[in-house]
Design a protein around this ligand. Sequence first.
Ligand code: SF4
Length: 285
Amino acid sequence: MSLKGFDCPRGFGRVGIEKCLNDCPAAPLRCMTPEMLVTVYREFQPRPGVYHVTESKDPPQKIWLQRNRDFYADPRSLVAMTLGTGLHLLMESAPKRFAEYGYLEDVEYETPFEVSVGPAKLVGRIDRYSKTTKTLTDYKTGKAYSALLLKGDRQGNGKDDYIWQINRYRVYGRPEAERMVLEFSIKDWTVAESLETGLQPIETILVPFISDDKVREETERVIGEFSAAEETGKFRRCTEEEQWWRPVKSKFGKVMKPRCPTRCLYYCQVSGVCPQHQTWVMEHS
Ligand code: SF4
């Protein structure tokens, strides 16, 4: 079980992927092209017992529901996740041109790895590894808020997720790496914010090391929790921190919605089949 199709943003209810692609009820004014729809759909087709490094930041309840419940999601809510994939595809063609400019660094791109962690497998893909400088680079697209967190210019939740993720790529994929760099493209960059914070549209951030033992220990704990939930069908509730309880603010700090579980309301694709969130919805409607 997994993502079955989409909650049609044009008001046609739940539409299976095949109908969506071949017989869109809103045609010719589709919400987006079939190419984009297939791309976002493919991101949500998990393999049993195999977890991606990017999933290691998710709560076990979300992981279990994604894998064990049929669900439908608004395709527009999935697009942001695929922007990074598009950027990677564009960059894959760049090395062919290096010879023209005499660029000689020995670099590997998009290197996949798969390792056993307890009874499960952990998979990942390293965006760029320079054998010459022993530098592992991860490309990310994200919001200015996240970039400021990573640079240490703002306090808040979320910074550690990136740091853990890249350290997992290193420990399980390229343990010989001597430095880790995050090349962060800011999708909501504005001149006004740049004048206030100094943030540039693309920021290169040196990622701090977490010891190999700590990375392995924490990864075994997280993947162990996912595996146990898969085996027993039992999982813990998401914590308030995992639900991202906070007010919704505009870019200029105006509170648009008081403190609420923002991940459940706006970012979690399984909220429609989540018992914890559905109970909250009933209590607050
Ligand atoms: S909807 Fe909220 S409570 Fe449910 S899995 Fe997603 S984050 Fe957790």
